[in-house]
Ligand binder design. Structure first.
Ligand code: AMP
Ligand code: MG
Length: 268
């Protein structure tokens, strides 16, 4: 059994390099796949219940290094889940209009409404990650953002949003293999961006930026979970366990029946 809480970042002395990206929790692939299918079926039920209940909003923030598996995690974890109640918001390089506003301006409209699950594929965290690594704003400016982000997320949580943040943790070697696969496989080539190699040379800077961002913003109301992600089947399983556990904790229920049908009747 996997305890998703064991992946939660709590301590002040959080060190990313102490977490093994190749970890598999002692589970083998076959076992994991069976459990993934079972947990995915449970997620389907819980998502419908979340929608029917209509009192909660759920935000899953996904961050990773390039090739870390954000897209495929979304595809596999939410496989078969009713797309009507689930939205994915991806955050790419900001447009001119977005850059002319504060960095949270483009993010806020995408947070979940009652009954919804929203997945952020990248997020406002890019504004303390890529922005930091590339020096797109001065340090004093991005450094203040940890505080803004904590408080922005606190506001969302206070107003009824359950927030779960996941960092998919891969190793530098695993990234090399995945980039190579993108070069070698014609069906994957479209995913390869020329800039990916330049970004890869900044691996250590990105790891440092992630480590600090995660430590600074893992709060009671919006915790970070660092998920070993070299093995896709283990990654999928941990994210599923985490989501299912999060939804179970909400104690979701179906709303009361419409007036007059509490005891049921025969429809003519
Ligand atoms: P991808 O997810 O591979 O399609 O790439 C999206 C790109 O957008 C990545 O290179 C991100 O670093 C970049 N990006 C996302 N948010 C920001 C931001 N706030 N500022 C600058 N670049 C960003
Ligand atoms: Mg990319």
């Amino acid at each position: 059994m996997i305890d998703p809480e064991s992946f939660r970042v709590r301590s002040d002395g959080f060190r990313l390099d102490r977490i093994d990206p190749a970890g598999n929790g002692g589970i083998d692939k076959e076992e994991a796949k069976a459990r993934v299918a079972e947990r995915n079926a449970r997620l389907e039920v819980l998502q419908e219940l979340l929608w029917a209940d209509g009192r909660h909003r759920v935000l899953l923030v996904l961050q990773a290094m390039d090739t870390g598996g954000k897209d495929s995690t979304i595809r596999r974890v939410f496989d078969g889940v009713d797309p009507s109640g689930v939205k994915v918001a991806g955050f790419k390089r900001p447009t001119e209009t977005e850059l002319a506003h504060d960095y949270l301006w483009r993010v806020h409209p995408h947070v979940p409404a009652d009954g919804e699950i929203v997945i952020f594929n990248r997020s406002h965290y890019e504004d303390v990650l890529v922005v930091r690594v590339h020096g797109l704003v001065p340090e004093e400016r991005w450094r203040r953002r940890y505080h803004h982000i904590r408080e922005f997320e606190r506001m969302l949580a206070d107003e009824g949003t359950t927030i779960v943040k996941v960092f998919l943790h891969i190793s530098e070697d695993e990234q090399r293999e995945r980039l190579q696969a993108r070069v070698d496989d014609p069906a994957k080539r479209w995913k390869f961006a020329a800039g990916d190699l330049a970004e890869r040379t900044r691996w250590n800077e990105y790891q440092a930026a992630f480590e600090e961002a995660i430590q600074e913003t893992s709060t009671d109301w919006a915790p970070w979970y660092v998920v070993p992600a070299n093995r896709k089947w283990y990654r999928d399983l941990v994210v599923l366990e985490l989501l299912v556990q999060t939804l179970e904790r909400l104690e979701l229920r179906y709303p009361p029946a419409a007036d007059g049908i509490e005891d049921g009747f025969v429809v003519e």
